[in-house]
Design a protein around this ligand. Structure first.
Ligand code: NAD
Length: 433
């Protein structure tokens, strides 16, 4: 069996996120003794499209934004992955996120490949009309590589169901008929799935419950996930806010939450439904009355049982990992902990639920949405949640079994679970031509 070759790209590896994803892939490949030819192919995306997205701003001037869509691997099915609006988005980061999507879809057993997209912009500085113009023009520019059987976008940081509605409408207008299957995370009225909006945060919390049961079953001291459990949530968006609400509803004390402007702390636990009401009125949590302010950096260092980083990648690094005191970390965001920091945390006995497992709830229910749309037959929310819980539970079990088999960390185990299925599929399909 050949060994994985060294990484030789000059294009892809310019972001920490991509480099971290490749480092984790190499570690998993070596641990599982993966065929070097397969490992070599997995280090590079299949294809990428860079587009210029010109729009007329509200003040009448024209501004050109840079947009990307990267398809990492489509062995198992059409590409799947969100569209990110963020000022730091770049080709390499999108490629790294696409790679994580490949392993995530494979890990949870979906017939989907990995893709991701993004536009380099500051979503907070744009009006609703500018968001719409950006989304519609971007859709037109990438329309030749997306579609229900090619590549199916979804929301990510800075985008939501409304963006998916504009994307679906633009794609459909170009073809002349409604094509709801081109995106997931759509509003219910145009073919979205019940439970999709909550699915990622819900999955993050299912994983925390599984982790507590697992740790107890192997005799490790562990929080019970009840009123004695303390939690901090970094990022209060589509993932973080739902995770905070779900874990609050289990009776846990959510001591702190934050958004990009700052955080809230209450030593007795925040009233999360009230924080959500405040957010809906004010577009930020900052200023919520029944709490003290806390910085994002101090939130990550709180002495809590459970930490949920659910904002953005690279927030726990070698520089601040020494301050992190949580016992369980469920990675709601993609890549919130760098490879070096993961090693240090795992050496200290912190139980990490890796991103491709913890936040897989979103793509699982996106898959359900796609399937429901293709059949034009929609399920009720309890059916969606029941199936989500079953897929997450099986994936969690598989990862801890692999961890025990290879005596490795959870991050490597999750990667192995994803790569293993893909490896078999890639070798069965062979290398074309
Ligand atoms: P979002 O835009 O809805 O929310 C992001 C939140 O993080 C906001 O509260 C924002 O203010 C905050 N934030 C942004 N930058 C920050 C910073 N530097 N410090 C502190 N807070 C910051 O995005 P989302 O959809 O919730 O995605 C969050 C993460 O979860 C991303 O890594 C995304 O890729 C990942 N994810 C999302 C989904 C999904 O279904 N939305 C699925 C899987 C993974």
């Amino acid at each position: 069996m050949s060994q994985p070759a060294s990484f030789t790209s000059h294009i892809w590896d310019t972001s920490d996120l991509y480099r971290n994803a490749v480092e984790q892939l190499v570690e998993a490949s070596q641990t599982m003794n993966l065929d070097g030819n397969v490992a070599e192919r997995l280090k590079y995306p299949k294809r990428a499209l860079i587009v210029s997205v010109p729009i007329r701003l509200d003040d009448g001037t024209v501004k050109v934004f840079e947009g990307y869509r990267v398809q990492h691997n489509m062995t198992l099915g059409p590409g799947k992955g969100g569209i990110r609006f963020h000022h730091d988005v770049n080709l390499s980061e999108v490629a790294g996120l696409a790679m994580l999507m490949t392993f995530k879809c494979s890990l949870v057993g979906l017939p989907l490949g990995g893709a991701k997209g993004g536009i380099r912009c500051n979503p907070n500085d744009l009006s609703r009309q500018e968001h719409q113009a950006l989304m519609r023009r971007y859709t037109t520019e990438i329309n030749m590589i997306i579609g229900p059987d090619r590549d199916i976008p979804a929301p990510d940081v800075g985008t939501d169901g409304q963006h998916m509605a504009w994307m679906m409408d633009t794609f459909s207008q170009n073809r002349g008929f409604a094509i709801p299957g081109v995106v997931t995370g759509k509003p219910i009225e145009i073919g979205g799935s019940l439970g999709r909006a909550e699915s990622t945060g819900r999955g993050v919390v299912y994983c925390v419950q599984h982790a507590a049961k697992h740790l107890a079953s192997i005799g490790k001291p562990t929080p019970k996930i009840d009123s004695s459990t303390t939690v901090a949530v970094h990022g209060f968006g589509k993932v973080g806010a739902v995770a905070a609400l779900e874990i609050h509803q289990l009776g846990c004390k959510v001591l702190a939450v934050s958004d990009y402007l700052g955080g809230l702390y209450n030593k007795n636990g925040l009233n999360i439904p009230k924080v959500l009401e405040y957010l809906a009125k004010n577009r930020t949590i900052v200023g919520y009355p029944d709490a003290e302010p806390i910085t994002n950096e101090d939130l990550l260092a709180l002495n809590v049982d459970v930490l949920i980083p659910a904002a953005i990648d690279g927030v726990i690094t070698k520089d601040n990992v020494g301050k992190v005191k949580a016992k369980i970390i469920s990675e709601g965001a993609n890549g919130p902990i760098t490879t070096e920091a993961i090693k240090e945390l795992e050496d200290r006995g912190v139980f990490i639920i890796p991103d491709i497992l913890a936040n897989a709830g979103g793509v699982i229910v996106s898959y359900f949405e796609w399937v429901q749309g293709l059949q034009s037959f929609f399920w009720n929310e309890s059916q969606v949640n029941e199936k989500l819980a079953e897929v997450m539970s099986n994936a969690f079990k598989r990862v801890v079994e692999i961890q025990a088999q290879y005596k490795c960390g959870m991050k490597t185990a999750a990667l192995i679970a994803g790569v293993d299925r893909l490896d078999r599929a890639m070798r069965l399909r062979g290398l074309f031509p």
